[in-house]
Design a protein around this ligand. Structure first.
Ligand code: ADP
Ligand code: TZD
Ligand code: MG
Length: 562
């Protein structure tokens, strides 16, 4: 090579990531990426090593959601790749920007199915579940490959992108001059998408005709970081709003215009609903009865034109990014043009009051053992005054009660099972949020939900992250096993001592059976800023099967008869 300066694929990957401002990687080491991770670490990138790729992927996905930069997850070939795929598919489903980068085996052998170590055609396997997939086959294409992945992940509707790096490309050597020229710094990965002026006019005409308008905020609105524009529209017009679960806190949950405590009434009676970054999927009953009225008309603000009319007709679609759209709406808003009738506001107010009183009465009860309401009230009280704390939430009853009882006061602070209702995001989301923000995270977990990613407690302790895991321990999926014979399909070991797991890793464990102790433990753990796990013992009969979505749970009419 005549003394010419050389580099290789490993270095090019790290250089490309750094050039594009990517400073954190999540992953699991092994062939063929071990040296890549080592090099990244040595070159000043922050690498967080996990115990399972699914959690590493979930951390990357939530990092993408929180920062609008693609979260990066790195895995080994075939099985590591597949473990990461659940997280990538979940990111795509939830519209989070993420890039899964996996090393892959020898293409010549893989394509002839000759049985390589960890053989798999990963790129084609990923296609169905990713927003885009790319494979780099030459070291001089690493820069372009990453640039394409970043554009695909962040532009338009964000999503999960798969980038395949073969072992051969990683270890290929090329001269420094060619290598340098091949790097690409992405300009404007998520370009503003301005709405057409006529779509703004059409939306405002419809909104101006409304007597009973309602704004429905989804996690797309939270993702867009258009907090000021959204708040300005809502407060200028005085229109009531409802947040979807991850949009809680975009405006504080105790905002006087929040209709959350009168949700079904507001949805059922609204005449014009403006959807902002929320899809009319199962979480909104597909926009259909009995929750929705046939007469309701919709404005839908979304970046994806094909979302429009997906479940019912949309009278006024506005395609664009939410920040630009809300700014355009605010600019065109004449004083008093869009407003809620006083009857509408009064009626929502009355129902809110009644429901809030009912809930307060339920939350005042302090049974022994604890139930979901009393335990979550104790957690809520410990979180009061700490709006900066992130809340991760998964489970069935734990999720449903948690969403209703734990109020949020800041945008993008509530991270939960999302569009799929997936279990297993808990520790990955908690780690991603703690790493990206440096803030404390409280993960409120069903005992089943926790089990999907529980070994990441070691990761939390290794990096000394301020993550407090609270397990709502009712001995099973939905509820404890009522029978004392062989374990049932939904029951777990009664009285499992989860707090001892974190003690094995040097973290602090709490075993609590009453609300006062639970409240103190949460406060103490947050104040300490150290990893902790609180095992909160809940009445095993307190939960209901499938939580609030029993209507989706098919039942055998012949159970016990055949
Ligand atoms: P939720 O579950 O909270 O109802 P969804 O995930 O169903 O929310 O909907 C999010 C929507 O937001 C998606 O349709 C997505 O296309 C849209 N979206 C995401 N980011 C933006 C953005 N920056 N501007 C406009 N729409 C966005
Ligand atoms: N597997 C995955 C990946 N996602 C799922 N949603 C499920 C299985 C099915 N499932 C639910 O929908 S909720 C749930 C499972 C297993 C756990 C509920 O039990 P929990 O919560 O202990 O987490 P509660 O508080 O006991 O209801
Ligand atoms: Mg449970």
């Amino acid at each position: 090579m005549n003394g010419q300066a050389m580099t290789d694929g490993f270095h090019l990957v790290v250089d490309s990531l750094k050039l594009n401002g990517i400073d954190t990687l999540y992953g699991v080491a092994g062939i063929p990426i071990t040296d890549l991770l080592r090099l990244a670490h040595d070159e000043g990138l922050r690498y967080i090593g996990f115990r399972h790729e699914q959690s590493a992927g979930n951390a990357a996905a939530i990092a993408g959601y929180l920062t609008q930069k693609p979260g990066i997850c790195m895995t080994v070939s075939a099985p590591g790749f597949l473990n990461g795929m659940v997280a990538l598919a979940n990111a795509t489903t939830n519209c989070f920007p993420m890039i899964l980068i996996s090393g892959s085996s020898d293409r010549a052998i893989v394509d002839l199915e000759q049985g390589d170590y960890e053989e798999m055609d990963q790129m084609n396997a990923a296609k169905r579940y990713a927003k885009a997939v790319y494979r780099v086959n030459r070291p001089q294409d690493i820069g372009i490959g990453l640039a394409r992945a970043i554009h695909a992940a962040c532009s338009g509707r964000p999503g999960g992108v798969y980038l395949d790096l073969t072992a051969e490309v990683l270890s290929s050597v090329l001269d420094l001059e060619t290598a340098k020229k091949s790097l690409v710094k992405v300009v404007d990965p998520a370009p503003a998408q301005l709405p057409a002026p006529e779509s703004i006019a059409r939306a405002l005409d419809l909104l101006a005709s409304a007597q009973r308008p309602l704004v429905l905020l989804g996690k797309g609105a939270a993702y867009a970081q258009a907090d000021r524009e959204i708040r300005s529209y809502i407060e200028t017009t005085g229109v009531p709003f409802l947040p979807m679960s991850m949009a809680k806190g975009l405006l504080p949950d105790n905002h006087p215009q929040s209709a959350a405590a009168a949700r079904s009434y507001a949805i059922g009676q609204a005449d014009v609903v403006m959807l902002v970054g929320a899809r009319l999927n199962w979480l909104l009953s597909h926009g259909k009865g009995p929750l929705w009225s046939e007469n309701t008309q919709f404005v839908q603000v979304d970046i994806s034109p094909t979302e429009i009319d997906s479940n019912r007709a949309i009278a006024a679609p506005v395609i664009g990014d939410i920040k630009s759209v809300m700014a355009a709406l605010n600019a065109a808003l004449e004083p008093g043009k869009v407003k809620a009738s006083s009857g509408w506001i009064d009626e929502i107010g009355k129902r809110k009051q009644k429901n809030i009183e009912k809930m307060a009465a339920r939350l005042k009860e302090d049974p022994s053992p604890m139930n979901f309401s009393s335990a979550l009230r104790a957690v809520r009280d410990a979180l009061a005054g700490r709006p900066d704390v992130y809340v991760v939430n998964e489970g069935a009853n734990t999720l449903d009660f948690g969403r209703n009882i734990i109020d949020m006061f800041e945008p993008r602070k509530r991270l939960d099972s999302g569009t799929w209702g997936i279990m297993g995001i808990g520790m990955g989301y908690a780690i991603g949020a703690a790493v990206e923000s440096g803030k404390p995270v409280v993960a409120i977990e069903g005992d089943s939900a926790f089990g999907f990613s529980g070994m990441e407690l070691e990761t939390i302790c290794r990096y000394q992250l301020p993550v407090i895991t609270i397990i709502m321990n009712n001995n099973g999926i939905y509820r404890g096993d009522a029978r004392d014979s062989a374990p049932s399909p939904t029951g777990f070991l009664p009285d499992a001592r989860y707090e001892k797991i974190i003690e094995a890793f040097g973290g602090v464990g709490y075993y609590v059976t009453d609300t006062q102790r639970l409240n103190e433990a949460v406060s103490e753990a947050i104040a300490s800023g150290k990893p902790a796990l609180i095992n909160a013992v809940i009445d095993p009969t307190a939960g209901t099967e499938s939580g609030h979505i029993q209507s989706l749970n098919p039942k055998s009419a012949l159970a016990g008869k055949v």
